[in-house]
Design a binder for this molecule. Structure first.
Ligand code: BTN
Length: 255
């Protein structure tokens, strides 16, 4: 039984499965009364959402489409501080189920062979005193082809290996890893997490394109701040890039 793979105390202890939804993030938003750590997972999303207002191709059963409802006790300075934690958990989980070389494209795309295999959309919901964070995670597992609009930049585990992967196994690995990282993050912030993130971050040491509000600029990415913001050199000036609505790409290709 795959159920035994889940070793968590709170993440995924309440999991709700759906055949078809518009977006698991939307379902989570409508279920804020559910316990901390509740997971919403769907076979198919008809209106999957990505960062910066993009859509996320997920109208198929080949990927893991899930959202985690978190109700942090500690004052999280911002949602952005949590996204690298989730990114690192996905990276660890993918490494656990395969022996492939994944990396993180800042802020939190997971990349395999220079193509995107996972995207993360964390959204905060603030109602009066209560704060919830919804972490939506999309991982391409068993697709053999992609819509032509993303075919150049997207990949799946199956495309890279020819093997078929078990979604539930990956979900449980991810929840196990995320719970460990989340507890550390809740107690210590990013202090213990940043080094592993940096070691796996493919953006550092690269010339990149930064796109924000329809404007594009180039810069050299040289480090991260203690809050995981990107430090860049732009025409000889040091600048901090906040993940919010920014999209970052290599100057020649996706990474
Ligand atoms: C991105 O890289 O742009 C983020 C993509 C996030 C996709 C996931 S799939 C599950 C959850 N539901 C959504 O509608 N989006 C996230």
């Amino acid at each position: 039984m795959i159920e035994t793979d889940l070793k968590t105390k709170f993440l995924g202890q309440n999991t709700e499965y759906f055949k078809t939804v518009d977006s698991t993030n939307n379902i989570a938003k409508k279920n804020l009364q559910k316990p901390h750590g509740t997971v919403f997972v769907a076979d198919i999303q008809t209106s999957g959402r990505g960062r910066t207002g993009k859509s996320w191709f997920s109208d198929n059963e080949d990927g893991l489409w899930m959202s985690i409802l978190l109700k942090p006790k500690r004052d999280l300075r911002n949602i952005e501080a949590l996204t690298p934690v989730v990114g690192l958990a996905v990276l660890r989980a993918l490494k656990n189920i395969s022996s492939l070389q994944f990396s993180i494209k800042w802020p939190n795309d997971i990349v395999l062979n220079s193509k995107k295999i996972c995207g993360i959309l964390c959204e905060g919901v603030f109602i009066q005193e209560s704060r919830s964070i919804i972490c939506g995670i999309g991982i391409n597992l068993n697709q053999t082809s992609f819509d032509k609009s993303i075919a150049e930049i997207a990949t799946s585990l199956k495309k890279e290996t020819g093997l078929t992967y078990n979604k539930k196994k990956l979900m449980h690995e991810l929840l196990n890893e995320l719970e460990l990282l989340y507890i550390d993050f809740s107690e210590n912030g990013l202090k213990n997490i940043l080094q592993e993130y940096k070691q796996n971050c493919i953006t550092l040491g690269k010339e990149i394109k930064i796109c924000q509000n329809g404007k594009e600029s180039t810069a050299f990415a040289y480090d991260l701040t203690e809050n995981c913001e990107l430090l860049v050199d732009m025409d000889g000036q040091k600048k901090v890039v906040f993940s919010g609505d920014v999209s970052v790409r290599g100057i020649y290709d996706y990474v």
